[in-house]
Design a protein around this ligand. Structure first.
Ligand code: M6R
Length: 614
């Protein structure tokens, strides 16, 4: 978490950095700060809370400077206050530094630096870095860039940093390990640095994604130079950004989350565009083509992810097993990593991640890689760390997701997993030609059906009004709708702060049924399909205990309508595709409840979009 942004060139740095911080605020919003170099002075402004607080605080200050660094924080070490906010200064004010990541050996380094006479102002792990660089530079009489390199050799942990110094006003020094950093090459000999490309795209499309343990020196006279941690120079690999600026704006919606929910007909279509054709009867995921046979032959596939992406994997498990008859295990990336899992070179590990930066998922992949497994990725953010360390993969093409609560990324992940499952099943011969063609036709119809679900917004808003004051909620589903129940509960929890739990509908009677009374809303996916009758029985069980039932049903369903307190109809589709449609009413419901409760929908408390700490 944390977002970093920096600029050096001929333009005023402050407006560029401030705007960049607003774009990166989804990465953390506990505090924000900026350091600007002007007239041989580093002016530092930082404030607890959102970037808007910083903007207000800095309004009447000296904001001049054509070089500067900025930071928006998600607190790890130390409370979210002004002092712990970045940037951090060296004692003499000659250096300032921003950091995203965690310095794991900070305590040891801190104690050593205290022995050298350094006095720490903050409780952060980051402050050790600035003093360490300063200490090395002064004692070893080396350049700042070399002091940065030597300091990083002593550091255990994750970092993306940018250092600004009075000594080299024409230079910014940046480095990364396990936290992302992009360098934008401007057209006027200027440079932009940021945690992702969103603060950069407005100014240039030419970018370099730094690799782990690389150090970049951007110099107004010497341009961009990249070295590895052993001081060997590397040729920068310049890429062209495909990101469009409009994708980063709210486009007339009140919140990014609402915009992203409504984008789903488009994002799902973009996800399968060029990858299948129902009329011609083919499906092909170019990115993983050469691994398909290995997937078919694999004794098992392990899917690793966190949060919403983990729920998408659970849907994937149903799809792969039912359609392609391939054994799948779904793992929380954080647990997988610390469990000494049995992995070998015949295994395929697929990481699913919107951001492509989630530290737990990265660590799980690294572990799998070290054991010789083939590692594949399903990511949304192009050029992200996961997409770069995997052997192959498929992008979801959902476009930037800025609301912290994941919506369109989930449906896109499920779409990619469906394409994979259908493709593998067809190649393996585990589905009939008829089923194959039906699946493709149904998939092609999904964007239109998503639109039809979105048209139920008014009904959903009314239901939201009725349950906005609930203190608990239960979500139930069976089969591939069980992950949808989990996802529905997560959405409600994270943006409206109502306690919610997702359960397989049949599990309710093994415990959670004790919670049911007339105050408890129970959201059930009761669409037509294999377990329909069983789910109807579960609904009866809830009603018998006076619980309130809000059911998602297939259009035209009359049975559930008679028992439930509310129904939300979704169009009929192949059972395998129900998760895509059924999740949308839950997204809208959580959104409306959160708005009605006055919650910050796009930036819920304590959360960050991209969890780059373990
Ligand atoms: O970027 P990732 O998909 O790897 O992120 C995983 C989770 O952090 C993420 O899905 C999180 O649970 C969201 N806040 C859910 O809305």
């Amino acid at each position: 978490m944390c977002g970093i942004v920096a600029y050096i060139g001929k333009k005023q740095a402050y407006p560029i950095i401030l705007k960049g911080l607003k774009r990166l605020e989804y990465r953390g919003y506990d505090s924000a700060g900026i350091a600007l170099l002007h007239d041989n002075q580093i002016n530092l402004y930082k404030r607890q809370g959102k970037v808007a607080n910083l903007e207000e605080f800095a309004a009447n200050k000296d904001l001049n400077g054509t070089s500067g660094i900025g930071h928006t924080r998600w607190a790890t070490h130390g409370a979210p206050n002004d002092v712990n906010a970045h940037p951090h200064y060296s004692t003499d004010g000659n250096l300032a530094l921003i950091h995203n990541g965690i310095i794991e050996n900070y305590d040891t380094l801190r104690k050593e630096l205290i022995l050298h006479g350094y006095v720490f102002k903050s409780e952060t792990d980051t402050e050790v870095l600035v003093h360490l660089i300063d200490d090395i530079q002064k004692n070893e009489h080396v350049s700042i860039a070399e002091a940065v390199r030597l300091a990083l050799l002593n550091v255990v942990g994750a970092y993306a940093i940018v250092v600004i110094s009075k000594e080299n006003p024409n230079q910014l020094i940046a480095a990364r390990k396990s936290s992302p950093l992009v360098v934008g090459i401007g057209g006027e000999g200027d440079f932009y640095l940021a945690s992702d490309a969103t603060p950069i795209v407005e100014y240039t499309k030419r970018v370099v994604y730094l690799e782990d343990e690389e150090i970049a020196i951007v110099d107004l006279n010497d341009g961009l130079k990249i070295f590895n941690i052993n001081n060997q120079e590397k040729t920068p690999y310049i890429q062209q950004l495909e990101l469009q600026l409009e994708a980063l704006e709210k486009g007339g919606y009140e919140h990014f989350m609402l915009k992203e929910i409504h984008e789903q007909p488009r994002s799902i279509r973009d996800c399968f565009r060029g990858r299948m054709n129902a009329d011609e009867g083919w499906v092909s995921l170019g990115g993983i083509k050469e691994y398909e046979q290995k997937m078919i032959n694999a004794q098992r596939i392990v899917m690793v992810a966190c949060g919403t992406s983990w729920h998408a994997c659970l849907v994937g498990e149903y799809l792969f097993e039912d359609l392609a008859r391939i054994n799948v295990e779904v793992e929380y990336a954080s647990e997988f990593r610390y469990r000494n899992p049995i992995i070998n070179e015949n295994d395929i590990v697929i990481a699913v991640s919107q951001s492509g930066e989630t530290a737990d998922t990265m660590a799980a992949l690294e572990l799998a890689k070290s054991k010789g497994a083939t590692i594949l990725g399903i990511c949304n953010v192009v050029g992200s760390s996961i997409s770069r360390i995997t052997d192959a993969g498929s992008y979801t093409h959902a476009g930037p997701e800025i609301g912290v609560a994941s919506t369109k990324a989930f449906t896109a992940q499920v779409t990619v997993l469906t394409l994979m499952a259908v493709s593998l099943a067809h190649k393996k011969g585990t589905i009939s030609e008829t089923k194959f063609h039906t699946m493709l036709a149904e998939l092609e119809a999904i964007p239109e059906k998503v639109k039809m679900v979105l048209e139920k917004n008014d009904i959903i808003e009314k239901i939201a009004l009725e349950y906005k004051d609930a203190t608990n909620a239960l979500y139930l589903g069976r089969g591939s709708s069980f992950p949808v129940a989990l996802e529905g509960a997560l959405k409600l929890k994270e943006i409206s702060y109502i306690h919610a739990e997702g359960y397989p509908a049949a599990e309710m009677k093994h415990g959670p049924i004790a919670l049911i009374d007339e105050e408890m809303p129970v959201f059930v996916i009761a669409t037509k399909g294999t377990s329909y009758e069983k789910v109807v029985s579960n609904i009866q069980e809830v009603k018998a205990r006076k619980g309130k039932i809000i059911a998602i049903v297939t259009e035209g369903d009359e049975t559930v309508k008679e028992i439930a307190d509310h129904v939300i109809e979704i169009p009929d589709t192949d059972e395998h595709l129900v998760p895509i449609l059924a999740t949308i009413p839950f997204q809208l419901l959580s959104y409306h409840i959160a708005v009605m409760r006055g919650c910050n929908v796009d930036q819920p408390r304590n959360l960050a979009k991209s969890v780059t700490v373990e």
